[in-house]
Design a binder for this molecule. Structure first.
Ligand SMILES: [Zn+2]
Length: 189
């Protein structure tokens, strides 16, 4: 798997493909048409990689940023950006991937446009549904991944332990060690 799916739903995982948005230089996971084609398969939307070209990638990134704006607005309880809303709704009206049962199992016929329509419909359902109050941003200050926190008592802090949880816990451990070191130095000094 080259992509991560910590969001709990495509509406959150798709904008998550631009990772670490709080860094000066975020990390682009959809850095090629092939990477986009693989995302649909890894997300479980299709069975095989979706054939994709450079135009498909540009289209996908435009939709992704619109989804990102809507998710942030929903989380903050702010009004939706009209252009972002219009774009997502336009995709939600388009045909979605077509599942077919074959002797070899499930096959899914899909173009990138159909895959994006699937994501857009998920955005419509998710942002109008009961999960919005459970949206949480990863506790790693550099990480911008938003996930649905379905944990008991809403105590989930990280999009994933690796790398985010581990990184922050290691930093906290080092800070504690430094503080203890200072205390010990003072006591003996
Ligand atoms: Zn994270």
């Amino acid at each position: 798997m080259r992509h991560a799916f910590p969001g709990g739903t495509p509406a959150l995982d798709f904008p998550g493909t631009l990772r670490f948005r709080h860094r000066t230089e975020p990390r682009e996971d959809l850095d090629s048409p092939e990477s986009l084609g693989a995302w649909f398969r890894e997300a479980g939307i299709t069975v095989d990689d979706v054939p994709a070209g450079p135009d498909d990638l540009r289209e996908a990134l435009t939709l992704r940023e619109a989804v990102h704006r809507l998710v942030r607005a929903a989380m903050a309880g702010e009004e939706y950006d009209r252009d972002a809303l219009a774009l997502v709704n336009a995709y939600a009206r388009k045909p979605t991937p077509v599942p077919q049962l074959t002797p070899g199992g499930r096959q899914v016929e899909a173009t990138v446009g159909q895959g994006l329509a699937y994501v857009a419909r998920d955005v419509v359902v998710t942002l109008s549904g009961p999960d919005v109050p459970l949206f949480k941003e990863c506790g790693n200050p550099e990480c911008s991944q938003i996930f649905v926190d379905r944990s008991r008592g809403a105590r989930r802090e990280w999009c994933a332990m690796d790398p985010c949880g581990n990184k922050i816990k290691a930093a906290a451990y080092r800070a504690r060690k430094r503080a203890n070191g200072l205390l010990t130095a003072r006591r003996s000094g």
